[in-house]
Design a protein. Structure first.
Length: 413
């Protein structure tokens, strides 16, 4: 659903979705089935029937009610779950939802902007409204081209001096290229860039937006650009269910079992309308470019571009709190180490100051014997035994019974 100009495959869990529609049973006319499936391609949901109303699916935009006061559409319109021959038009709810989806870029519609270069499975035909390889213009047949002064409906060629067709070309004015700087696609908001004609081509440049994630709007609401819209996850929920519930007290539900790019919204009033739960899936995706897990961006219902750095940025307050806590612990540990060392140094200095200067400890080592060599007294021998301490002078220092030095050697004649 809503896969209008999307040709890629989208996978969620074990399920894969493409833009193909499958009809398992046809209970109506072929054109009704085709119109019904085309509605799904444009993002339309089924009209509400009695079962859907009983399950209160209208409160979560999972079906289209008849009006704001009446739920059951009573099988009157093409988007009824089953076909009836009496169904010939879409309900106002369906038309409004499709127009809103295109206006908000929630479905890709770029493939509908140009009727040139469209590949067809049948042969080319002048008058089918598609400008094919051998045609200069195609205004859709003689009936549609009755007032067209630029294109010949029979040949699909330009008339006279025409170089473009006002009916099909955005930068064409009176069959000539529009002047430069002529706005061919106006800006739809702060995140959408207006496109202007070049003056040398009939085609309007590709639609361009500000980069997804660019700040916009009221900063207090944390809005950012996504697919050319100034929005947020909460704002998208408010847009989808706020009008249904007649309240602005809505929010985007996070940390649910649903993929992060599936629109899941909450509101206090949902408890009264659909039961005990406050959050409910809205059967659609967030806009492409909407922020999702770990700094990623939504793309076709999937979160892409997630990274560790993105997670840090997304949880900035939590990361700052953790860093402050760890940093404080490290600083306290360093302070404790410095304090302990300073305290030990102070204790050592205090102990040294407690010993009076000139105080020495008495030697209590082993006493020398009489047979001990006298080389240890070389200081006295070399000095000629002068200024020797008196007998007993060593008693006070623990050297007792020291033998006297030997006398001079005997003379030999």
């Amino acid at each position: 659903m809503g896969r209008l100009c999307s040709s890629d495959l989208v996978t969620s869990g074990e399920n894969s979705v493409t833009g193909a529609n499958v009809v398992v049973r046809n209970s109506g006319s072929s054109w009704q089935v085709f119109a019904h499936e085309t509605g799904h391609t444009f993002g339309a949901v089924h009209d509400c029937d009695q079962d859907a109303c009983t399950n209160k699916l209208d409160a979560s935009s999972q079906c289209c009610p008849l009006s704001s006061s009446t739920c059951n559409a009573d099988a009157e319109y093409i988007m009824n779950p089953y076909a009836k021959n009496s169904m010939t038009k879409f309900s106002e709810c369906t038309v409004g939802n499709i127009c809103s989806a295109i206006g908000k870029n929630s479905i890709k519609s770029s493939c509908l902007s140009d009727n040139r270069g469209v590949v067809t499975i049948s042969g080319s035909q002048c008058g089918n409204g598609i400008v094919e390889a051998d045609e200069q213009c195609d205004c859709g047949g003689e009936e549609s081209c009755s007032d067209n002064s630029c294109c010949d409906a029979k040949t699909c060629k330009f008339k006279d001096s025409a170089v473009c067709d006002d009916a099909n070309d955005s930068c064409c004015s009176k069959c000539q290229f529009a002047s430069a700087d002529t706005v061919c696609r106006a800006s739809t908001g702060e995140c959408d860039i207006a496109e202007t004609c070049s003056g040398t081509s009939s085609s309007c440049p590709d639609n361009k937006y500000k980069d997804d994630g660019a700040s916009c709007g009221d900063k207090s609401q944390k809005l950012s650009c996504a697919s050319g819209q100034c929005t947020s996850r909460d704002y998208q929920c408010r847009t989808v269910i706020g009008s249904l519930l007649n309240t602005n007290d809505t929010w985007a539900c996070e940390n649910t079992n649903s993929p992060s790019c599936s629109l899941v919204c909450g509101a206090p009033s949902l408890q009264h309308s659909i039961g005990a739960q406050e959050c409910i899936g809205m059967n659609q995706n967030y806009l492409d470019g909407t922020p999702c897990d770990s700094g990623g961006r939504c793309s076709a219902g999937q979160c892409k571009g997630s990274s560790a750095l993105g997670w840090i940025r997304q949880h900035e307050k939590l990361v700052i709190g953790i860093c402050v806590g760890v940093g404080t612990f490290i600083l306290l540990a360093i302070f404790f180490c410095i304090y302990s060392r300073c305290k030990r140094s102070a204790q050592l200095r205090k102990a040294r100051k407690a010993i009076p200067p000139g105080t020495y400890r008495r030697y209590n080592g082993p006493q020398p014997t009489a047979r001990q060599p006298m080389d240890q007294w070389h200081g006295y021998r070399n000095a000629g035994y002068q200024n020797m301490p008196p007998n007993g002078g060593y008693q006070n220092v623990g050297y007792q019974n020291v033998p006297p030095p030997p006398g001079p050697p005997p003379r030999y004649s």
